[in-house]
Design a binder for this molecule. Structure first.
Ligand SMILES: Cc1ncc(COP(=O)(O)O)c(C=O)c1O
Length: 450
């Protein structure tokens, strides 16, 4: 008997199975699990998955599989992985304008880990060099990714929020005003997730330098698309190590680098700062442990896959990918301009942006789009829907624009639904609630318990 024949996928293996299934049954069951997943290959979702197409993905997934068992916890056992990690970091430093003689970095498992590690580096350097700071702070624009807040919580660094101006970019004078005697770093985004706009990095870098603090630029999304879009002639604001005052950058492989999930980089203008990212444990009976990142075991597949993505594409390949992505973005912008109810928020330079309206209810627009099979990310402040464009979207731009026009045309007036809170990373929102935080925690619990 096979469980798969009798139980719907969500109930399968609720108990530890007494017997295993055959390999073929496992594969079948995996496919069954997938039945309700969004069809990302046909471009129906505008977030979460970044794909440069089946040929690219095959190369990356083969590399992942090739090294799925290997572990960079042991760089002497697997010098292959140590070399590939080093090369990925060097290639990114090169792409982002760092001096190869003095800069450095590491790979990590994602944007969040990269940002936590950067905050750790600044905190531990401050502990060593500015011991008078007992309550360290970091200056964080409100549009920056919550990973900075998570880093602050974990590391005991208090985030001091900075408002954005009418272009949704961090306000430099507010940024300067938020710096205190206890500030150990400033943070900025290139671009920020919600609006896709790049903070005024040159201004923020100059301010940070004048106060003698570091500036971390979160280019988790932008690390690849910004430099290549600039090469293609798009107007892209300065954001990388070419800007004085930028002292570290996070840049994901698993977003627009088109590496496998679980791959990112954290990069430092000066290697001395990276040293504070590292940890050393010297009195454990299991041996002396030197740990460069947060993870213990470091999956070989993520490193090999990231390396494969870059060497497979080279600059020419990424240029071709982003030519397609930016052309699709241009067509989307043009189409949105032709829909009278809608407009794009701010002036996003690349392929991440939000669509809003003064006239119609954007949550209803999202609902209507979903009724036509699109997976839509909702945002608040102001109500908007969020798009990240990838090659998977090239064939569906016209269909999406048609559906978007239809959705806006039939949506009720702005403000007619109850409000409520949009959930990041989830195509859903909470009902209006007096205690949104508790409701979010309830949702997380029920995801595991029901
Ligand atoms: C701007 C930005 N920073 C950081 C992150 C966090 O990256 P990850 O989800 O890889 O941890 C994201 C994720 O979307 C992001 O958009």
């Amino acid at each position: 008997m096979s469980l798969a024949e009798f139980e719907p996928p969500e109930q399968q293996v609720a108990h530890f199975p007494a017997e295993g299934l055959s390999g073929e049954e496992v594969r079948e069951r995996l496919r069954a699990h997938r039945a309700a997943d969004v069809d990302w290959r046909s471009g129906r979702i505008w977030s979460l998955v970044y794909s440069a197409g089946p040929e690219h993905d095959d190369v990356v997934h083969d590399a992942y599989r090739e090294f799925a068992a290997e572990n960079l916890l042991g760089p002497t056992a697997f010098p292959s992985l140590a070399t590939m990690e080093k090369q990925v970091v060097w290639m990114l430093l090169d792409l982002l304008g760092a001096d190869p003689r003095t800069s450095g970095g590491t790979m990590t498992s994602g944007g969040t880990e990269s940002m936590i590690l950067a905050v750790k580096a600044y905190r531990d350097r401050a502990r060593a060099e500015r011991p008078e700071i007992t309550d360290p702070e970091m200056v964080v624009p409100v549009t920056a990714h919550p990973a900075f807040l998570k880093a602050g919580e974990l590391l005991g660094v208090r985030p001091v929020p900075v408002p954005v101006d009418h272009t949704f970019r961090a306000d430099p004078s507010a940024f300067a005003a938020a710096i205190s005697e206890s500030t150990i770093l400033g943070c900025a985004s290139a671009p920020c997730f919600p609006y896709g706009v790049v903070d005024p990095i040159e201004d923020l870098g100059a301010i940070a330098a004048s106060y003698g603090i570091g500036l971390h630029v979160d280019a988790t999304i932008g690390g690849f698309v910004l430099p290549f879009a600039r090469e293609l002639g798009y107007e892209v604001p300065a954001f990388d190590f070419g800007v004085p005052g930028v002292t570290s950058i996070s840049a994901d492989m698993h977003k627009y680098g088109y590496g496998p999930k679980g791959s990112s980089t954290v990069l430092y203008r000066d290697r001395e700062l990276r040293r504070y990212q590292f940890s050393a444990y010297t009195s454990w009976p299991g041996g002396i442990l030197g740990s460069p990142t947060i993870l213990g075991t470091r999956p070989g597949g993520a490193i090999a896959g990231a390396w494969a993505a870059i060497v497979y594409e080279g600059k020419a390949g990424y240029r071709a990918i982003f030519t397609e992505v930016m052309k699709a973005t241009d067509r989307l912008h043009e189409g949105i301009r032709a829909i009278p109810e809608l407009y794009v928020l701010g002036d996003p330079p690349v392929s991440v942006f939000a669509i809003a309206s003064e006239q119609v209810d954007m949550m209803a627009v999202a609902d209507r789009l979903e009724s036509r099979g699109w997976w839509i990310d909702r945002q608040r402040d102001p109500d908007s829907i969020h798009l990240i464009v990838n090659p998977t979207h090239v064939p569906v731009v016209d269909e999406f624009l048609r559906d978007l026009g239809w959705a806006a045309g039939g949506a009720p007036p702005a403000g007619s639904t109850d409000g409520g809170a949009a959930l990041y990373g989830v195509s859903a929102r909470l009902d209006a609630s007096t205690d949104v935080e508790a409701a979010v925690l309830d949702q997380l619990e029920s995801r595991y318990d029901s």
